[in-house]
Design a protein around this ligand. Structure first.
Ligand code: SF4
Ligand code: SF4
Ligand code: SF4
Length: 247
């Protein structure tokens, strides 16, 4: 019998679910080996016996809390896909605002009809077997994870920072142009796509390992006289800063 996989969404733009559909031919290869039983973006059938459940979106409403617990109950393995599910993502910007202010800004007079809670990663509520960070997640990592799980192999995220990938691309560091980039404190795996195309890294993949942060702390201070704390605060944009304290 083929393993059953499902894709769910909580509070999100569902961009990470759509990224799976964008795999096209590679997705067709996977479909030969699995059965998709619940994919809101692609089909309407429901099934309650799932081997791997992929979830995008943050837990940001009381309904999300109920749904993620239900998903956990029905899935042997849960995979958080994207910054929203892994860290709270851009939803967590509201965590730094006055609740009455952002609720009336978004919902106006109808705010009382839309209950909300602090945006949090799904791991704050249930056990999660794997995380695929990024906004959106990296499609190649999704493929690699699915193949590894289906073949019983180990799978793990890289532990280095985006700077390591950036240097491999031969990019001139943006700090040399006076631009503050979050690459030194951000988990690698995206191929340093933003600095490669001239934009600073904004930390969508979350915090790098403690070891990488310690190296970043030394390099930033020695080369640019910037304390690590100054750039870590910018990681709030995707919810990573509140997840972990300084090494
Ligand atoms: S991580 Fe980004 S692309 Fe994925 S669901 Fe959240 S906002 Fe959308
Ligand atoms: S700080 Fe940014 S631009 Fe500089 S090496 Fe790291 S990722 Fe690249
Ligand atoms: S370079 Fe930074 S912001 Fe851009 S995709 Fe990679 S981790 Fe995200």
């Amino acid at each position: 019998m083929k393993p059953k996989i499902a894709v769910f969404s909580l509070t999100s733009c569902e961009g990470c679910s759509l990224a799976i559909l964008e795999l096209e031919n590679q997705l067709l290869d996977i479909l030969g080996a699995v059965e998709i039983v619940n994919f809101r973006e692609a089909m309407t059938e429901r099934d309650c016996d799932i081997d791997i459940g992929f979830v995008d979106g943050a837990v940001s409403t009381p309904t999300d809390v109920e749904e993620i617990k239900e998903m956990r109950e029905h899935c042997k393995a849960l995979v958080a896909i994207g910054a929203c599910a892994c860290q709270g993502g851009i939803n967590s910007l509201k965590n730094h605002q006055n609740e009455d202010d952002y609720r009336s800004y978004v919902y106006g007079d109808g705010a009382k009809h839309f209950p909300t809670i602090k945006a949090q990663p799904i791991s704050a509520f249930v056990e999660v077997e794997y995380e695929l960070p990024g906004c959106p997640m990296v499609k190649e990592e999704f493929l690699a994870l699915v193949k590894a799980v289906l073949s019983g192999q180990q799978w793990a995220l890289p532990q280095t920072s985006v700077c390591v990938e950036c240097k491999k691309q031969g990019n001139l560091c943006l700090y040399e142009k006076g631009i503050i980039c979050l690459g030194p404190v951000t988990l690698a795996g995206c191929g340093a796509i933003c600095p490669t195309f001239g934009s600073k890294c904004e930390g969508c993949r979350g915090l790098a390992s403690d070891e990488a942060l310690q190296a970043a702390s030394i390099n930033l201070r020695e080369q640019y006289d910037i304390p690590l704390e100054n750039i870590l605060a910018d990681l709030r944009f995707y919810g990573a800063y509140q997840e972990k304290s300084l090494p």
